[in-house]
Each structure stands twice: as structure tokens, then as C-alpha cells.
Ligand binder design. Structure first.
Ligand code: PLP
Length: 482
């Protein structure tokens, strides 16, 4: 590492990225390239001789950016957001600069200690119960994604249960979720060795706005117990991926507790909103949960990846995931006075991710973060009102947080025509280039999703998105597509 070269190249790179942000609206939000496009543009073999930074940056401009879907564009409204901010970017930069591997306290004391502290800070912003803080038996850890968070929670729950009932009972363990739960729970079951027949996908419908019904959960549990199975794990979601449904944590928590089931709460997207007192009620009942997860990289201005997981019984996680080979032995670990985060996650190695979260929390403060969330929710509300005012469209579920689920109504009442029409509308809008929205299916209906959440999105972008939708809808309806 040549410090002077880093200074020169680093400035050049920051300029490049700053210019990217300045011109981001000039790119089609959804990349329009065809599969395999890059093979045509990049040599088959690696370079033999060193090349200049300028040559690489020229290639990024000419070859890479056309294949980028611009998640940071103000016209990005698809899936859920993946936030970037100056604070988060600088934290990433610092982390790359210091470049440690913080698997144990000793391998980088500051990385471990800062992570413990900032996750306590974030837990306090969310008003999580003290049982999730590091002061007692609980604590927080940064995972890469919500998928890793639910996997490690499931592994901890599985091993805690098997310790009690014996490893021979593995085949009996049952996991409960809903048909709105993120697919990461199914993947976690596959990895954790839960028998595929013991993964319950419980039905939801529009009568509960797609939330899990405690009665349905209880009936499934009682049926399994009667068949000699062992209920293990329930994943409740606050803000489901399709439509931001809210599973009732308090009722589910009581059922979980009385049946000795581990309750995991997935608030990957909506968790960020719960730093605002007016939205905190959505996680009421979290005190009944065993683990709670939210992605700061989704909607809390922290660059990817930063998925915060809190657990009440950290020993369950440690007992499930710890290894202690000779080459990692050290006095601090042996004295049992430190956190070794390698035992809270799947990999050994880990980055200094707490730096970027720390930067975000400090440079925005509670007030800055709250007003950021409130602004997006107000913009989504404005979009919702525009949809409601146009009788050609309908809202499919009530807007919660910053996601609007809606669809264009066909001239006929034929549902096949409705789906065809909305698919065509989605394609037309995304091809136009100024916005990117996505879809889901609810009660068999094809539904459009517009999630406000990109940091650069302003009122004018939301209005422009609506205009494109209206224009394309008019063209489709006049073209008699449906
Ligand atoms: N849970 C919910 C509710 C989500 O919406 C998502 C992704 O959007 C996930 C989990 C998975 O997130 P990750 O990509 O962090 O694994």
C-alpha cells in the first residue's frame, strides 16, 4: 500500500462516485442490457501488465454502468430500498482502509467493542426491551443479511431444543411461518436440516390484511403436538415483503412461549420505521420474542451490508456456533470476559461493519433519522392519494410505511385480463427508464408495488413516477390490451 498513491487515486475515485451521484438521473433506473452483454465488452483473459486507474474508470463508464440497475436513483421504487448515504459511504471507506478481520475480540478489540455499543444504541432507538441489550444475557450482532440472521437464530433454537430432547428427535422438529414470510426462512430450514414436511407455511388472506392469525398458528401447533411432533420455531414478520403485513407479535409471542417455541421477528424493512415513536407500536410484543432482526442497510441510510440481529439468550447462539481451534486461543477469550463474534455467525472472518452504522447514527442523530423515515412515508402517502383519485386504479392493501400496493383495473372483470394488463403496465413503465417498480401476487392477483425509500427521492420523483404510470396506463387501455 503506497499512501501517496492511495491519496491520489482515492480522490479520483471519490470524484468519480460523486459525479455518478450527480448524473444518476441520466441513467435508465432498471438496466436495459441483455444477458451476457459484458462478455462482448471485456477481454477473455486477465491483463498481463498493470493498467492505469484512468483506463479502468473509463471502462466503468463505458461498459459497467449500462449494466447497473441504479438502486440509488431517485426513481428507484422496486422491491425494498437499499440505502446509501455519505455517512454510510465514508464508514465503508474507513472500514476498507483499516481492513481488519474481527472474528475475535483480540483480532480487533475496537471492531468488537464498537459493534456491541452501536447495537445497544440502535436497540435503544428502537426501544427494544433491555433483555436484548448486552448488559444482561442478550446482545446484538451485525449479520450480512436477514437471511443469515434467521438462519443463525434457527440453528440456536434447534440446538437448544435438541439439547433438551435429544438429537434423535431432529426429525420431529417443526418450523412455522406464513405464506407471506420471506423465502429466507425456507432456505434456513433447508440448511438447518428441518425435514421438508415439517416446514409449515400457514395461509393468510385479505381478511387479516395478510397477517398470520394466532388461531391458525395455534391449531397447527396443536395438530403437530397430537401427532408426536415437536414445535420448534415461529417466524413472525413485521412488514412482509409483498405488502408490509404485520403479524401480531403479542398474541403470537404468548402462543410461542406456552408451547416452548422460539419466536423470531423479521422486521427487515419496517424495523427502521420503528425508531419513530408513532410507528413503534408495530413491534409491540417484541418483548415476547427470542430474536429480532432489521436491516439497517434497507432503510436506515447504512450502506449494504448491515443486518442487525438481537438475541435474548446469546449463549444459545454461542453454543450452537462456537469452535475454538488452537490457533485462535488467547487469554481474553479464555478469561470469558469478551465477545468473540465468530461464535455469533456462520463465517469466521468479519468486516468492521459497525463503523458505518456508528457514522450514520452520529452524523444523522435520532432526529435526522426519524425525519428521513417520516419524509418517505409522507411521500408514499402522497402517491397513495394519487392512486385513489384515479378511478382506473385500485389500492390492493392499505398503505403502511412507504410501500404502496395497487393495480390498474381492466375494462372487464376478467382476472386473467387484469393480470395481463398489469404485467404489461409494469414492463412499459420500467422500459421507460425513469422509474423502476416491482410486483407481487396477493390472493392470486398480480399487484404493482411502489416502495419509496431511495435517499435521493423527492416529491417531484414520486409525481413523475405517477405520471409515467398514468401515461402508460392510458396507452394500454386505449390500445385495448384488456
Ligand atoms: N425479510 C424480509 C421481510 C424482506 O423483505 C427481505 C428482503 O427484502 C428479507 C427478509 C431478506 O433480506 P436479505 O436480503 O437481507 O436476506
Amino acid at each position: 500500500m503506497d499512501a501517496e498513491q492511495l491519496r491520489e487515486y482515492g480522490h479520483q475515485m471519490v470524484d468519480f462516485v460523486a459525479d455518478y451521484y450527480k448524473t444518476i438521473e441520466s441513467f435508465p433506473v432498471l438496466s436495459q442490457v441483455q444477458p451476457g452483454y459484458l462478455r462482448e465488452l471485456v477481454p477473455t483473459n486477465p491483463p498481463t501488465h498493470p493498467e492505469s486507474l484512468q483506463d479502468v474508470l473509463d471502462d466503468v463508464k463505458a461498459k459497467i454502468l449500462q449494466g447497473v440497475t441504479h438502486w440509488q436513483s431517485p426513481g428507484y421504487f422496486a422491491y425494498f430500498p437499499c440505502n446509501s448515504s455519505t455517512a454510510g459511504f465514508l464508514g465503508e471507506m474507513l472500514s476498507a482502509g483499516i481492513n481488519i478481520v474481527g472474528f475475535s475480540w483480540m483480532s480487533c478489540p475496537a471492531a468488537t467493542e464498537l459493534e456491541v455499543i452501536v447495537l445497544d444504541w440502535l436497540a435503544k432507538l428502537l426501544n427494544l426491551p433491555d433483555s436484548f441489550l448486552s448488559i444482561g444475557n442478550g446482545g446484538g450482532v451485525i449479520q450480512g443479511t436477514a437471511s443469515e440472521a434467521v438462519l443463525v437464530a434457527l440453528l440456536a433454537a434447534r440446538d437448544k431444543k435438541l439439547k433438551k430432547i435429544g438429537k434423535d428427535s431432529m426429525r420431529k422438529l417443526v418450523v412455522y411461518s406464513s405464506d407471506q414470510t420471506h423465502s429466507s426462512v425456507q432456505k434456513a430450514c433447508q440448511i438447518a436440516g428441518i425435514h421438508p414436511e415439517n416446514f409449515r407455511i400457514l395461509k393468510t388472506d385479505s381478511s387479516t390484511e395478510y397477517a398470520l392469525s394466532p388461531e391458525v398458528v395455534l391449531n397447527a401447533i396443536l395438530k403437530d403436538v397430537a401427532s408426536g411432533l415437536v414445535p420448534l420455531f415461529l417466524c413472525a414478520t413485521v412488514g412482509t415483503t409483498s405488502s408490509t403485513a404485520i403479524d401480531p407479535l403479542l398474541a403470537l409471542g404468548k402462543i410461542a412461549k406456552s408451547n416452548r417455541i422460539w419466536l423470531h421477528v423479521d422486521a427487515a424493512y419496517a424495523g427502521s420505521a420503528c425508531i419513530c415513536p408513532e410507528y413503534r407500536h408495530y413491534i409491540n410484543g417484541v418483548e415476547e420474542a427470542d430474536s429480532f432482526n432489521m436491516n439497517a442497510h434497507k432503510w436506515l441510510l447504512t450502506n449494504f451490508d448491515c443486518s442487525a440481529l438481537w438475541i435474548k439468550d446469546r449463549n444459545a447462539l454461542i453454543q450452537s456456533l462456537s469452535t475454538y481451534p488452537e490457533y485462535l486461543r488467547n487469554k481474553a477469550s479464555e478469561a470469558n470476559v469478551v465477545v468473540d463474534y465468530k461464535d455469533w455467525q456462520i463465517p469466521l472472518g468479519r468486516r468492521f461493519r459497525s463503523l458505518k452504522l456508528w457514522m450514520v447514527l452520529r452524523l444523522y442523530g435520532q432526529e435526522g433519522l426519524q425525519s428521513y423515515i417520516r419524509n418517505h412515508i409522507a411521500l408514499a402517502k402522497q402517491f397513495e392519494e394519487l392512486v385513489i383519485q384515479d378511478s382506473r386504479f385500485e389500492m390492493v392493501t392499505p398503505r403502511r410505511f412507504s410501500l404502496v400496493c395497487f393495480r390498474l383495473l381492466p375494462r372487464s372483470t376478467d382476472e386473467n385480463q387484469a393480470d395481463k394488463l398489469n404485467r404489461a403496465l409494469l414492463d412499459a413503465v420500467n422500459l421507460a427508464g425513469t422509474v423502476f417498480i416491482s410486483h407481487t401476487v396477493l390472493s392470486g392477483k398480480y399487484v404493482l408495488r411502489l416502495a419509496v425509500g431511495a435517499p435521493l427521492t423527492e416529491e417531484r420523483h414520486v409525481i413523475a413516477a405517477w405520471k409515467v404510470l398514468q401515461e402508460k396506463a392510458t396507452a394500454l387501455l386505449e390500445g385495448n390490451v384488456a
